[in-house]
Write a protein that binds this ligand. Structure first.
Ligand SMILES: [Ca+2]
Ligand SMILES: [Ca+2]
Length: 163
């Protein structure tokens, strides 16, 4: 009987990983920023980790948002300050160079990213396998797209008529 109990506990423990990816139990929760007036956007920092740009973007879509697109240094500053205000200091953003090495574009709009602030020596395409981008507290770093981590969504509020 004791063995049965142990086996059950072991089985539940083994199933944790499987249950965690169930879309019905994997309800994401977020920290929400203030409004960034220049684009009338708010940003959502995920409290849970996810893997892959497609999956992250899908999760952003469930709240009407998309994987964050940093369109200027100023926007990067705003979002970095929001990131630093929370316990998690890293977040994956929409920028990537999956299609063409060294040419970073936004995941949704496919537009090239502007001149953003990277960490020194980054992007380094380490081991020739870093095509996704993660915000660090004071700059960007290219990372492997297989990284499981927190991510950032951007939601444009209604009434925005800028470019
Ligand atoms: Ca790369
Ligand atoms: Ca890197």
């Amino acid at each position: 009987m004791k063995l049965f109990t142990y086996m059950s506990v072991l089985l539940i423990w083994l199933l944790r990983g499987v249950l965690r990816v169930d879309p019905y139990t994997d309800v994401p929760t977020y920290y929400v920023s203030k409004v960034y007036p220049k684009t009338n956007s708010v940003y959502f920092l995920s409290k849970r980790r996810a893997q892959g740009l497609e999956r992250m973007n899908e999760l952003c879509k469930t709240i009407g948002a998309y994987l964050v697109e940093l369109d200027s240094r100023d926007e990067q500053k705003f979002v970095s300050a929001f990131l630093r205000a929370h316990s998690k200091s890293f977040a994956i953003i929409g920028a990537n160079d999956v299609r063409r090495e060294g040419i970073f574009v936004h995941y949704n709009s496919k537009k090239p990213i502007p001149a953003l602030r990277w960490y020194r020596t980054q992007p380094d395409n380490w081991r020739n396998e870093e095509d996704c981008v993660r915000m660090w507290p004071y700059g960007l770093n290219d990372v492997t797209c297989r990284l499981r981590g927190a991510y950032m969504c951007e939601l444009r509020l209604k009434g925005y008529h800028g470019k």
